[in-house]
Design a binder for this molecule. Structure first.
Ligand code: NAD
Length: 390
């Protein structure tokens, strides 16, 4: 591939390493020009490791050759850094979320439109093989019309592993702002825009040990919500940093004719499982004993008897679990081809509105009616080839 788009990165923290690895080694249509950080030394270390240039933020934004800037700063900095990127006349791809507040996200979208620039936020996991496969299955009509879903990310919290976890417990952190975007983006990709959100929140462990200091959390650490989509599907979503163990599924969609179990939406791959309702009906009908054997077959014992109705789509052997940068590569290709990137500003803004809606509903005790809409983006198709497997 001859044409490449020059990319700069702002923020050289924990997640930067995998982006820099993938952008320098795997995506063929980008050239990682350099990186900047508030702490000059972090940019210098990254520059040395990946053989790129160390910039200050001002220098990076002033480099006329850089067309696309990847914002990998912490969520509280996203709005101001993204605004600077757009004001410098560059396309912006930001780690999630696009901004903390709905008003800020709308302002960024308006600025991007005014300057004719793309401005979107992660995740790009919906472009990976696992969620693409799930989307293709849902669109094929195999499970009928989606009528329900469940989406759950429950763990004990990022204070257990992250080298600098403070921001996860401040405004803009918490399980919904941190992990919600993966699940919300996948759900919107599958089913279109959200109509209404009702949410409850709790704080299981309001004092956490952050780098050896007992620190009071500023945000709720468990969210449980009910969402209604414009298409009519309803479902539950639980995001928690308070849960030590669970058997809840990550992401499932229930349709009028069957069900889809999607892979982890924070991953780019994984098997997809589909259950065919017609086959399940036949299995229940074939049980000769009357009630309660039929009920036991249908409900209590379902995972054993469902094998016959199960179709398993194995994970794509050519795709890796962590392909971060796929959305950046897609945006670079969009610049080269003169099209819009597959992650749209509309979806990024819709997700920020939803993140705010969970908090507002929990505070007011009322359902929040969504104001924005968005369209699921076109499937990835042949552009998967942009990932060079090594
Ligand atoms: N860590 C992960 O596993 C992970 C996974 C997926 C997504 N993310 C997302 O990636 C983003 C970064 O997370 P992280 O874990 O790398 O955080 P981090 O704290 O490890 O790194 C953030 C970096 O940004 C720099 N920074 C902060 N404000 C800045 C500013 N105004 N200008 C320039 N540099 C600035 C910091 O100095 C730091 O080096 C977040 O949005 C997070 O949600 C993280």
């Amino acid at each position: 591939m001859e044409k490449k788009v020059k990319v700069g990165i702002i923020g050289c923290g924990t997640i930067a390493d995998v982006y820099m690895t993938n952008l320098t080694q795997h995506y063929q249509n980008v050239e990682l020009a350099g990186a900047a950080d508030l702490f000059v030394q972090k940019a210098q270390e990254a520059a040395e490791k990946f053989q790129i240039k160390a910039y200050t933020v001002e220098e990076l934004l002033a480099d006329p050759e850089i067309q696309l800037v990847l914002d990998l700063t912490i969520p509280a900095a996203h709005y101001s850094v993204n605004k600077q990127i757009l004001e410098a006349g560059k396309h912006c791809y930001c780690e999630k979320p696009l901004a903390l507040r709905f008003e800020e996200a709308k302002e960024l979208a308006a600025l991007a439109a005014q300057k004719n620039l793309m401005c979107v936020a992660a995740p790009d996991t919906f472009l990976g093989a696992g969620l693409q496969q799930s989307k293709a299955i849902i669109d094929s009509g195999v499970i009928g019309e989606p009528i329900g879903f469940t989406a759950n990310m429950t763990c004990a919290g990022h204070d257990l592993w992250h080298p600098n976890p403070g921001f996860y417990y401040k405004t803009g952190g918490g399980p919904m702002f941190d992990m919600g975007p993966y699940y919300l983006t996948a759900l919107v990709y599958f089913m279109g825009p959200i109509k209404k959100i009702s949410c409850y929140t709790a704080s299981g462990r309001p004092v956490r040990n952050i780098l050896g200091v007992e620190t009071r959390t500023e945000v709720p650490t468990t969210y449980t919500a009910i969402l209604e989509f414009v298409c009519g599907a309803i479902g539950t979503m639980t995001m928690s940093f308070d849960t030590w163990s669970t058997s809840l599924p990550l992401l499932e969609v229930y349709g009028t004719k069957g069900s889809v179990y999607a892979p982890d939406p924070d991953s780019y791959n994984g098997p997809v499982i589909v259950y065919d309702g017609e086959k399940l009906k036949n299995i229940v009908e074939a049980v000769t004993e009357p009630h309660p054997a039929k009920i036991i077959t249908m409900v209590t014992n379902q995972h054993n008897c469902q094998e016959e109705a199960k179709m398993e789509f194995p994970e794509n052997p050519e795709h890796r679990a962590n392909m971060r940068g796929l959305g950046v590569s897609d945006m670079a290709q969009a610049i080269l081809d003169g099209r819009e990137s597959r992650m749209s500003t509309d979806i990024s803004v819709h997700v920020v509105e939803a993140l705010n809606a969970f908090e507002e509903s929990a505070k007011t005790g009322s359902a929040y009616i969504m104001q924005t809409s968005c369209k699921p983006t076109a499937p990835m198709g042949k552009d998967w080839a942009l990932w060079e497997v090594r």
